[in-house]
Design a protein around this ligand. Structure first.
Ligand SMILES: [Ca+2]
Ligand SMILES: [Ca+2]
Length: 186
């Protein structure tokens, strides 16, 4: 420290005062650096593309094309995102508003969870934690459709939203064709 500060320190008291001033300066510069980092993170947050409404974390895009769940996920990937995941009731309501604003109705729509790998183990295609669910009454039912259309064993493994009177989540056959909702991180 002395090599950096060419001061002649005459007494232990003076040395203590100098060290206290240096400590204060270092703390202040650390606080300013933290402020800068926060500011640049906000600036770095990607703007959403035109036509992608957003909340604080994600941009969303309703796609009015009928697609199977895997086709829908692939199309979302091509748009730089995934099928949307949902982690709270306010977020679920926001997704409903995105669909309603596009369709002017309550439209059953694919979102990004499935239990196709292991029955009952629901996973979001964007890799986020499955920490919220808003199933319609009686769902997920894993109903058998007695027709093998793909490798999902004729049962229901893909998540749609806006199902039934409760407008909740439902497990549906992944080969059904539905419009879908993509999201990507801001
Ligand atoms: Ca299932
Ligand atoms: Ca079902």
């Amino acid at each position: 420290m002395r090599s950096l500060i060419p001061l002649q320190l005459d007494s232990p008291l003076q040395e203590t005062i100098t060290m206290a001033m240096l400590t204060t300066l270092l703390l202040l510069s650390a606080v300013f650096a933290l402020g800068d980092a926060r500011g640049s993170r906000d600036c770095d947050r990607r703007a959403c593309p035109p036509g992608w409404p957003s909340d604080s974390t994600h941009c969303y895009h309703y796609v009015p094309i009928m697609a199977t769940w895997p086709e829908a996920e692939r199309k979302c990937l091509l748009l730089g995102g995934n099928l949307a995941s949902v982690h709270s009731l306010p977020q679920y309501r926001f997704l409903q508003s995105v669909i309603r604003n596009s369709t002017r109705k309550v439209q059953r729509t694919w979102i990004g969870a499935n239990d196709a790998i292991k029955e009952g183990l629901w996973l979001w295609s964007d890799g986020s934690r499955f920490n919220y669910q808003n199933w319609a009454p009686g769902q997920p039912s894993n109903s058998d459709h007695f027709v093998v259309k793909d490798n999902t064993n004729s049962r229901e493994h893909c998540m749609e939203m806006n199902y039934g009177a409760s407008r909740g989540q439902n497990d549906a056959p992944c080969w059904y064709k539905r419009p879908f909702l993509c999201s990507r991180k801001r």
